[in-house]
Ligand binder design. Structure first.
Ligand code: SF4
Length: 398
C-alpha cells in the first residue's frame, strides 16, 4: 500500500524496505513524458515492421493487428487493483499533440500495406486524453482517493471533446477510410460526460462490430476488491449502447472482459457471474484467470490474504482446482467444463442449478457413455413427437 501511495511523480518519495541484511529501494517515480517529449519519441523513425530475419518463417502474424494502430496517450487514472499500469506509467495521463498523431497517420499513406483502416487510436485506456482533474498538474494525484472508484470523483474532468476532435481530424485525412478504437475504453468515465457526442460518434464511426469493455465481474464484493465500479454502471452503459446502436441503425455488440478467481471471489461469486451471463445469453470465448501481476494491490491480497487498503482478511482462491472451477463456471456451457461446473455447484450447495429448467447451468450427470434417448417420431407423419411424459421424466439415467 505504501509503495502504491508513493507512485505519484509530484509527491512520491523513495520507499526503502529492509530485507534480511540488505535494503530494497524504490526510487521516486520519474516525471512522465508530456506532450512535446512524447511527440519526440513517436517521431523517431520506427520501421513498423518485424525484423527481416522473421521473413523466412512467414513473418509475424500478430503485427498486422497493430501495424496501423496509434498510441495517443500514456498513463491511466483508472488504477484497477489488479493492473500494474498505475505502477509503470502512473495515474497521471499525458497525451501526444494532434499534429504528432496526424503526422503518424499521414505517413501510413506511403505504406503499400495500408488499406485506409486505422486499427486503433488508443493506449492504456483509449478515452483518456488529459489528467483526471485540473489540480493534478499542480498538486499531483490524490494519495488516499481514487479518481473513478468507488464512484467517479466530483473533481473529475469528463470531457471527451479533445479526443473526439482528434478522431475527426484523423477521419478527414484523404487516405483514411475508417478509424477504429480497439483499446479498452472506460465506460464509467464515458458516462460522466454529459455531452453524448463522443458516445454517438464512437458507435456510428469507430467500432468494427464489437466494442471491448471490462466490467470484469458481477459480484459487488469482488468488484470492490478489484477497485472497479459496480455492475449496475455496466448495465447502464449497456442500455445506452443498445439505444445508441438503434439510433444509428447498427448491429454491434459489447465484448465484456471478465476475470475469474480474483482475491475476494468465492465459488458463490463465480456462480453469480455465470448466472448473469446466462441471463444475457452470452458465454465468453475467453476468460482471464487472475494472475498475480508484479507490484499490484491484488497481488498483495493474493500472497497475504489481506486487503492492504483496510488490513482486513480477504478470501483468496488459490488452489488449482478452485481456480479451474471458477474459470469453468464462466464458460459453463462448454462440454469440457461440465465436470468442473458440476463439482463447483455441488461444493457451493447449488444443486438447484443442476437440471433442465432455463435457470440451470448444467444438466444432471448422466455418465460419459449414456446418451439422451433418441427422439420419438410421430406415427404416420415421421415428425418428431412433442415431448410427452416419458421425455419430461427423463433424468439422463437409463
Ligand atoms: S481530486 Fe479526484 S480526480 Fe483529482 S486526483 Fe484526486 S481523486 Fe483523482
Amino acid at each position: 500500500m505504501l509503495q502504491y501511495e508513493e507512485q505519484d511523480y509530484r509527491n512520491g518519495q523513495a520507499v526503502i524496505q529492509k530485507c534480511a541484511d540488505r535494503y530494497l529501494i524504490q526510487n521516486p517515480p520519474s516525471k512522465p513524458l508530456e506532450g512535446k517529449d512524447l511527440d519526440d519519441v513517436y517521431a523517431l523513425p520506427y520501421t513498423r515492421a518485424y525484423h527481416p530475419s522473421y521473413e523466412q518463417e512467414g513473418g509475424v502474424p500478430g503485427l498486422s493487428e497493430v501495424e496501423f494502430s496509434i498510441i495517443h496517450n500514456r498513463g491511466c487514472f483508472g488504477a484497477c487493483n489488479f493492473c500494474s499500469l498505475a505502477f509503470h506509467q502512473g495515474r497521471y495521463v499525458t497525451a501526444r499533440s494532434h499534429e504528432s498523431v496526424i503526422k503518424e497517420a499521414t505517413a501510413f499513406g506511403g505504406n503499400p500495406r495500408f488499406k485506409g483502416y486505422i486499427h486503433d487510436v488508443g493506449g492504456p485506456t483509449a478515452n483518456f486524453r488529459h489528467p483526471a482533474c485540473k489540480k493534478q498538474a499542480k498538486s499531483g494525484v490524490c494519495k488516499n482517493k481514487r479518481c473513478l472508484f468507488p464512484t467517479p470523483c466530483e473533481s473529475l474532468d469528463p470531457s471527451h471533446s479533445d479526443y473526439l476532435t482528434l478522431l475527426r481530424e484523423l477521419k478527414a485525412l484523404p487516405h483514411v477510410k475508417k478509424v477504429f478504437i480497439r483499446s479498452g475504453i472506460r465506460y464509467d468515465y464515458m458516462l460522466c460526460d454529459k455531452n453524448s457526442e463522443f458516445f454517438s460518434e464512437l458507435v456510428r464511426d469507430h467500432i468494427s462490430g464489437q466494442l471491448k469493455v471490462a466490467p470484469e465481474h458481477k459480484s459487488g464484493k469482488v468488484l470492490y476488491y478489484m477497485g472497479k465500479p459496480s455492475f449496475d454502471v455496466y448495465e447502464k452503459f449497456q442500455e445506452r449502447y443498445k439505444r445508441m446502436n438503434q439510433r444509428h441503425k447498427k448491429e454491434q455488440y459489447l465484448v465484456p472482459y471478465l476475470m475469474s478467481s480474483h482475491p475476494g471471489s468465492e465459488l458463490s461469486d463465480a456462480i453469480e457471474l455465470a448466472l448473469q451471463l446466462k441471463r444475457y445469453g452470452y458465454m465468453p470465448e475467453q476468460v482471464q484467470d487472475f494472475y498475480p501481476t508484479p507490484g499490484t494491490l491484488s497481488t498483495a491480497m493474493y500472497y497475504t490474504g489481506i486487503d492492504p487498503r483496510t488490513m482486513k482478511e480477504v478470501y483468496v482462491p488459490r488452489t488449482p482446482v478452485e481456480k479451474a472451477m471458477q474459470r469453468a463456471l464462466l464458460q459453463w456451457g462448454k462440454r469440457e467444463n461440465r465436470a468442473l461446473v458440476m463439482k463447483a455447484l455441488k461444493e457451493a450447495g447449488r444443486e438447484d442449478l443442476i437440471g433442465y429448467t432455463k435457470d440451470c447451468l448444467v444438466r444432471p450427470d448422466y455418465g460419459q457413455t449414456q446418451r439422451r434417448p433418441a427422439q420419438v417420431k410421430e406415427k404416420g407423419t415421421g415428425k418428431p413427437k412433442r415431448r410427452g411424459r416419458e421425455n419430461k421424466k427423463w433424468t439422463g439415467r437409463s
